[in-house]
Design a protein around this ligand. Structure first.
Ligand SMILES: N[C@@H](CCC(=O)N[C@@H](CS)C(=O)NCC(=O)O)C(=O)O
Length: 203
């Protein structure tokens, strides 16, 4: 199978961490949807990465669906619990991670525009509040436990980890380590994990 993505895409990294955890081999194809040569729309009509192209040429998108697909394809290690309420909890963590990444992507893309064309200050404030509130809920729900959900590593930890790492990558002024000490410890633990270390974007 092939994964279309870019080193800068947080959602592609989330999928790559899952692939690494499950030790699934794949071809990683760097494909920027903004490039005139992109193949992404051939596989995803929405023109977004990540896209997983299976060996039978079936394309799976977006990252939430890809992760669910990989969980069904290779059962171990289990990243999404089978029990209904645990499953929903872990998916809620995934929604938090994705939502924090969505707001971070929105800000970082707008900051690339010439100053006169940028969104107004209240729009920036709304995006930053999404990030801050999302992090506050992660901090509260993690508490002083080792893992974001239950007694072991799961997609919930991947969700928190990729979103925090992406914040470090593109919004360096957000000092989340100062405000959220439990997330700070979590991120330090996750950074040493093989799947995170192997997929960390070059600095
Ligand atoms: N919800 C999607 C978000 C994917 C997404 O927004 N990808 C960005 C890159 S980080 C993209 O491909 N943008 C190109 C575009 O929207 O044209 C997912 O989780 O896969």
């Amino acid at each position: 199978m092939k994964l279309l993505g870019t080193p800068g895409s947080p959602y592609a990294r989330k999928v790559r961490i899952v692939l690494a955890e499950k030790r699934i081999s794949y071809e990683y194809v760097i494909d920027r949807p903004s490039s005139p040569e992109t193949q992404v729309p051939q596989f995803n009509p929405l023109g977004k990465i990540p896209v997983l192209v299976c060996d039978d040429d079936r394309a799976v998108y977006d990252s939430v669906v890809i992760v669910e697909y990989l969980e069904g394809l290779v059962a171990e290690p289990r990243l999404i619990p089978a029990a209904f309420s645990d499953r929903i909890e872990v998916k809620r963590w995934e929604a938090l991670g994705d939502g924090i990444a969505d707001a971070t992507v929105a800000i970082s893309h707008d900051l690339r525009e010439p100053e006169a064309q940028r969104k107004p200050a209240p729009w920036y404030e709304r995006q930053r509040q999404k990030i801050q509130r999302g992090l506050a809920v992660m901090e509260r729900d993690l508490g002083d436990r080792e893992f974001c959900h239950g007694a072991g590593f799961s997609l919930a930890d991947i969700a928190a980890g990729f979103a925090l790492a992406y914040l470090d990558q593109v919004l360096k002024d957000v000092d989340w380590r100062r405000d959220f000490p439990q997330l700070k410890k979590l991120a330090a633990r996750l950074a040493t994990r093989e799947s995170f270390a192997a997929t960390a974007p070059a600095v």
